[in-house]
Design a binder for this molecule. Structure first.
Ligand code: GLA
Length: 350
C-alpha cells in the first residue's frame, strides 16, 4: 500500500554569542544556517529504515531499541533516541528513506541537532518548535549521555531567515533580531575536531550547579553575587567555581548588549562583544584550546573582521567571525563557510 512520502529538512546552527549559558536558563543568540540535513522517505507501517548517502550505512529497527545509546552505526543512536523519546508521547509513523547532509560532523555546527529535528519531523512529530526542540534535546542526552542544553535543537526548529534568535532559555521565549545588512558571518574550522568535549561539558555543568547552590539561578544573578561564593573557597583554592559563574553572568550581559548593538547597527560594538566572549570562555570557563585561541587572534588582527570567538561547546571545532560585508578574509587551507541566517526546519508530505 502506498502511504505517501515525507521530506523533512532541519538546519545546523552557528551561535553568535551566549555560550554555555543555555543549561543555566540564560540567554543565547544563534542563527540557523543554510547547511543542514534532509530526510527523504517513503511512509510505511513497519518501523524505521534510514540510509545515509555519505557511506550508505543503514539503521533499521521495527520497535524502538531498548537502549538507543548502543545502536550501530553510531549516527543511528540519534534516530533511535528521537523515535524512543517522541514515541513515548505520540504515535509515530514508519519511514524508509535516505538522509543527506551538507553539514560537517564534529565541527560544532550541530549536525546531531539537525539530524534529530529532521527525524522528529519525518516521523510525524507535531507541535510548536519549543516542543519539538525539547523532545530532541532529550534525545541527544539519551543518545550520547551528554546533558546538553536546548539551544541547538531550538534554533534548528525555529530559525528565521536573516535574523539571529535571542532566546531566553528559562522561558524559551524567542525574539528574532535582524542581522545588520553591513555584516557577514564567517565560520572557520580550527582543524581540531572536538575532543574531551563530552566529559568536560558535564563537568562545567556541574560547576555551574555548585555556584547555583550558593547564589541561586545564574540567569538572574549579578556580578555582586559572586562575592557570596567565598563560602566555597575552602573547597576550591583556584577560585574555579567563581570563575565559571563569572563567565555565565558576564556572558548573559554580553548577549543583551550584543542584541542592542545589532538593533542599533553598531557593528564595532557587536564585534568587540564577541571577542570579549571568547576571552571569557578562554580564561574563566576554560573551554578553549590553543588552536582556537590562535585562530581568534589571527582573525581579529585581520582587516574587515569586527570580532571573533569560538562557537559551540569548545575544545576544538569552529570559530565564528563577524566581518564587514564585502571584506570577508580568505581562510587559506582551512575549511570555512560564509553562513547566512536561514529559516528553521520544515516538512512536506504527499
Ligand atoms: C553544545 C550544547 C548546547 C550548548 C553549547 C554551548 O552545543 O549542545 O546546548 O550548551 O554546547 O553553548
Amino acid at each position: 500500500m502506498n502511504l505517501g512520502r515525507v521530506r523533512a529538512h532541519a538546519p545546523g546552527r552557528v551561535n553568535l554569542i551566549g555560550e554555555h549559558t543555555d543549561y543555566t536558563g540564560g540567554l543565547v543568540m544563534p542563527i540557523a544556517i543554510q547547511l543542514g540535513t534532509t530526510i527523504d522517505a517513503r511512509l510505511t507501517d513497519e518501523g524505521v529504515t534510514l540510509t545515509t548517502d555519505l557511506d550508505t550505512s543503514t539503521v533499521s529497527f521495527d520497535r524502538i531499541p531498548g537502549d538507543p545509546s548502543t545502536v550501530e552505526p553510531s549516527w543511528g543512536r540519534y534516530v533511535a533516541a528521537v523515535a524512543s523519546v517522541v514515541g513515548r508521547d505520540r504515535d509515530l509513523r514508519g519511514i524508509d528513506g535516505v538522509i543527506t547532509s551538507d553539514l560537517p560532523a564534529g565541527a560544532g555546527l550541530s549536525s546531531s541537532a539537525a539530524l534529530e529535528v529532521a527525524t522528529a519531523l519525518a516521523l510525524g512529530a507535531v507541535g510548536p518548535p519549543s516542543r519539538i526542540a525539547s523532545w530532541c534535546r532529550e534525545a541527544e542526552e539519551v543518545a550520547t549521555g551528554v546533558p546538553c542544553g536546548i539551544m541547538d535543537q531550538l534554533v534548528s526548529a525555529a530559525g528565521v531567515a536573516e535574523h539571529a534568535l535571542l532566546i531566553d532559555c528559562t522561558t524559551l521565549e524567542i525574539e528574532p533580531v535582524a542581522i545588520d545588512e553591513g555584516v557577514e558571518v564567517l565560520v572557520v574550522h580550527s582543524g581540531q575536531s572536538r575532543s574531551l568535549a563530552d566529559s568536560a561539558y558535564a563537568e562545567r555543568r556541574f560547576e555551574c550547579l555548585a555556584a547555583e547552590q550558593v547564589i541561586g539561578p545564574l540567569a538572574r544573578a549579578s556580578p555582586d553575587d559572586l562575592d557570596k561564593l567565598e563560602v566555597l573557597e575552602p573547597l576550591d583554592h583556584n577560585d574555579l567555581v567563581r570563575r565559571r559563574a563569572r563567565h555565565i553572568i558576564s556572558e548573559n550581559a554580553r548577549v543583551r548588549a550584543f542584541a542592542a548593538a545589532m538593533r542599533a547597527g553598531d557593528r564595532r560594538e557587536a564585534g568587540a562583544l564577541m571577542t570579549a566572549s571568547h576571552r571569557s570562555l578562554r580564561d574563566d570557563f576554560e573551554v578553549s584550546t590553543p588552536a582556537l585561541d590562535a585562530l581568534v587572534d589571527e582573525l581579529t588582527a585581520t582587516t574587515g573582521v569586527l570580532g571573533a570567538r569560538l562557537t559551540g561547546a569548545g575544545f576544538g571545532g569552529c570559530v565564528v567571525a563577524l566581518c564587514e560585508a564585502g571584506a570577508v578574509p580568505e581562510v587559506g587551507t582551512r575549511l570555512g563557510w560564509v553562513v547566512r541566517a536561514s529559516g528553521g526546519a520544515r516538512v512536506e508530505s504527499d
